[in-house]
Design a protein around this ligand. Sequence first.
Ligand code: NAD
Length: 480
Amino acid sequence: MADILNYINGQWKASDSGDWIDNVEPATGQVYSRLPDSNTGDINEAVNAAQAAFPSWAGMTPERRSEFMLRIADLIDRDLEMLAQAESKDNGKTVKLAMKVDIPRASANMRFYATAIRHYASEAHVTAGEMVNYTVRSPHGVAGCISPWNLPLYLFTWKIAPALAAGNCVVAKPSELTPMTAYLFCKLCEEAGLPAGVLNVVHGTGKRAGQALVAHPKVPVISFTGGTVTGRHISGVAAPMFKKLSLELGGKNPNIVFADCNLEEAVSKSVESSFANQGEICLCGSRIMVEESIYDNFVDQFVEKANKLRVGDPTEETSHMGALVSEAHLEKVMGYVKLAKEEGGKIASGGDRVKLPGRCAAGYFHEPTIITGLDMHCRTNQEEIFGPVVTITSFKSEESAVAMANETAYGLSATLWTENLKRAHRVAHALHSGIVWVNCWLLRDLRTPFGGTKQSGVGREGGWDALDFFTEPKNICIKL
Ligand code: NAD
């Protein structure tokens, strides 16, 4: 059985606690490796290493830091297949998806910030004859980066890339459910010659290692992606210490389909935005709202298309959906399907666990599930399920669609389908969410601000926003 180790100060280490956590392959339900159950001592050691490495890393030219990061990006590309297989085994997603999305995006994240930092200039404000102000942006020191299990390497690199590019040293804690690719990533950093202590990865649970990182007095900045409940807890620890916080949290995203849309495109992309990665993407459109006049037609076509998705062994090329990340998560999803029925929902398709034969007999598979007949106020339509479960609800007017869409505590992303340009702008402006996709979904330009409003988060990642977050501005005013 392979042991995953912490990477601290360029050294491979088990936890000082001597404790381990089993790492389960979701597709088989079998333990296949273990990871350190790290504690405060391990976090302290990692923070000390990052602090010691900081002056030299921050003192390098951006070009020099960029060279290290580009080398790492190239190594990710070289190992694409191996990393995709590792991600699939660890998370349950299909190898096909990891090959197409997760791993290429991880190298893109590294490359994007490796090059962005070369163009990150300071601002100046000049009042002729009176004064000149200029802004210096310096890295904070040690950045704490905490990432979730759904897009493991993709979201891990989405944080550490801007942190490192800006000149911070990092202590990162990946999800205990999917630690493997962060571990393999550290091996690539070692191969690329990244100086010891610049990136430190400490594995373990949120309650132990994560909590110690958030509470550490020498970590002034925390970038967190995960659930809203965890985000609230982290705020409670970090805010009284006046830490800079970025929180990317949950969502309950509306997907609004107007009668004047291109129906074929809307159906096909909506199936993808519902069930890609088993519905375990924070941006999945889990509340589909369809204009009354095309509702029946949409539901028929959507169900027909979803029924063609094959839930299967994630290693097989013909599988469209793999396993959910854990048994506990499968139970959570099944609990919501039960709740939906109790709330009066009708299962238009799916609704059950999938039992596969052979190797995957004990895996955590679930059918793509479509529920109709619920109103927007019920728990099924208000709480994040984060699995392959969507509801479809009809609406009568543009105003009611916007009201329904905005009627949750979340505000991460929204999608809308219409061929009417004015309506597209009007509705996009009226939606309470950080991201709006019009006639598309998950079409990403890494320069754009990424994040949510309301209980979906605080702050934005992406583009200059992430570099601003990972630096402290200082204004210097000179009298002329
Ligand atoms: P989670 O909140 O359970 O865990 C996320 C990370 O936080 C893990 O590494 C975990 O170990 C750590 N953690 C848990 N408790 C902690 C604590 N007390 N202190 C410090 N760290 C702690 O979330 P998850 O189940 O891994 O991920 C799913 C959630 O993430 C969903 O709600 C999803 O919407 C959200 N998500 C959001 C985005 C986004 O960009 N907004 C992206 C992906 C996932």
